[in-house]
Design a protein around this ligand. Structure first.
Ligand code: SF4
Length: 452
């Protein structure tokens, strides 16, 4: 891959390069100051496709499940093409396909891919964007595996949802394995009694709640057991829905979103035990489980776990008056030390709404932060983490894979289709529909609609 190393200039009034890849190439080549969490980030993603692992970046230390999907070898024509050549091939394939294809790009996706997306947004906004295009034969989801599954759940049966690189999983979603969750449910029944029978007040012992960032199998489990899906935007609404129906909540996979949301609702920390799937009763006593309000699955996002209170202190020391906004997947101490916390869409809107030049320190994935900095040169916007460390799995999608799947469609071949089996899809849709009923969804194209 040929890239042009560019030095980022984050001064107000400048027009910084939104490409994290360019910054990483420049840092590794020594042509600009800065640090990356792993110099392998400068290598092309296909370098890692044959190996089990999440690849370089924030999740590189996480244990990948043995059954995680692997990407086959990308043909040489795509590996050897330059960035401008790939961009031209993608544009040409999209022009030939017209409205037969919709390309979706997650907020955390690399810039070289985002420029080709018809819609840019969070996972739920993008799934709704897919739903809004029943005429498209194919939906190319430039995100991670669970997002493509969700798009498959919400799109038409004849539509093919494509993930350009099958190795683009999500380490947090992988932390809630369906077998471990089934085992947890059995142990909770041992501790709390029949989980399907309401008490005298009509409340069930446990309502399972899963974050959107989970596999379709987990969403199906939740749907089968009277539970519901949530996003980082509606977690409080969904928890209120669950508490209206149950004594307690089993929340997975992200302990931090669960803890931050429940704490903001006044649930005491001592009533939020952690469920470690490797320990009997998750590491709690049956009495502690009986006293609980929210049982937190032992999962986390390795991108958002990198943010610390020290980084916030440093930002405040170096930039008096800085506005610190972090994502609720960050640890509780970080959320408590920030000025605000909210979803990616909240962060984007907060910056767009600022009328005066403002300094923002943002605690979320660096690709989004860098893009926001480029889009709003009147503000100073920087990532709280000074070490450039993108989401390992999102970074596995490179323009080479996008060109490969699009040219496959032009040739009549569907590559890397993601399909959720019917027996999982049915209850998973029930869990999603409960969420939609708990709070109406945003308009289908609530993300950025690319002008290009
Ligand atoms: S940012 Fe975190 S939750 Fe999102 S895809 Fe990456 S690892 Fe998963």
């Amino acid at each position: 891959m040929t890239t042009t190393p560019l030095t980022l200039d984050r001064r107000p009034g400048s027009a910084p390069d939104p490409s994290v890849d360019h910054e990483i190439q420049a840092i590794v080549a020594g042509s600009t100051l800065g640090a990356t969490c792993n110099t392998d980030l400068a290598a092309a993603p296909w370098t890692f496709d044959a190996r089990p692992g999440y690849g370089p970046g924030s999740s590189m230390g996480d244990v990948i499940p043995t059954g995680a999907p692997r990407q086959g070898e990308l043909p040489a024509a795509y590996r050897e093409a330059s960035e401008p050549e790939l961009a031209e091939r993608i544009r040409a394939a999209k022009a030939l396909l017209g409205n037969r294809v919709v390309v979706l790009g997650h907020f955390y996706q690399r810039e070289e891919v985002i420029v080709h997306a018809d819609y840019v947004g969070d996972s739920f906004q993008l799934a709704n964007a897919a739903k809004a295009h029943p005429e498209a034969e194919a939906i190319v989801f430039c995100g991670v595996h669970f997002m493509a599954e969700t798009a498959d759940l919400l799109s038409g049966a004849e539509q093919a949802v494509i993930l350009p690189n099958l190795a683009a999983g999500c380490s947090m979603a992988d932390m809630a394995d369906i077998d471990q969750v089934e085992e947890c449910w059995e142990q909770l029944a041992d501790a709390l009694g029949d989980l399907d029978t309401p008490d005298a007040e009509g409340l069930l012992p446990v309502i399972p709640v899963t974050y959107m960032n989970s596999s379709a199998a987990i969403k199906g489990f939740v749907g089968r057991h009277g539970g519901i899906v949530c996003t980082s935007s509606n977690a409080r609404t969904v928890l209120e829905w669950a508490f209206a129906r149950g004594r307690r909540v089993l929340f997975f996979p992200d302990q931090h979103l669960g803890r931050n949301s429940a704490k903001a609702m006044g649930v005491p920390l001592e009533q939020m035990p952690m469920w470690n799937p490797r320990k009997p009763f998750g590491g709690s006593t049956p009495e502690e489980l009986a006293d609980s309000r929210v049982i937190l699955w032992h999962g986390f996002c390795s991108v958002h776990r990198r943010f610390t209170v020290d980084q916030i202190d440093q930002a405040r020391a170096e930039h008096p008056g800085v506005r610190v906004i972090v994502h609720p997947e960050c640890p509780m101490a970080v959320v408590d030390a920030a000025d605000e916390s909210g979803s990616t869409d909240y962060i984007r809107k907060a910056i767009e709404a600022a009328t005066e030049p403002t300094t923002f320190a943002i605690g979320t994935e660096v690709n989004l932060v860098q893009r926001l900095a480029a889009a709003h040169p009147q503000h100073t916007i920087f990532c709280l983490d000074p070490v450039v460390c993108p989401c390992s799995t999102m970074y596995r999608i490179h323009p080479g894979y996008l060109a490969w799947v699009l040219e496959g469609l032009v040739a009549g071949e569907v590559r890397n289709r993601i399909t959720v089996p019917a027996d999982v899809a049915e209850p998973a849709r029930v869990a999603l529909e409960r969420m939609l009923a708990a709070k109406p969804p945003a308009a289908p194209a609530a993300g950025w609609e690319n002008a290009s």
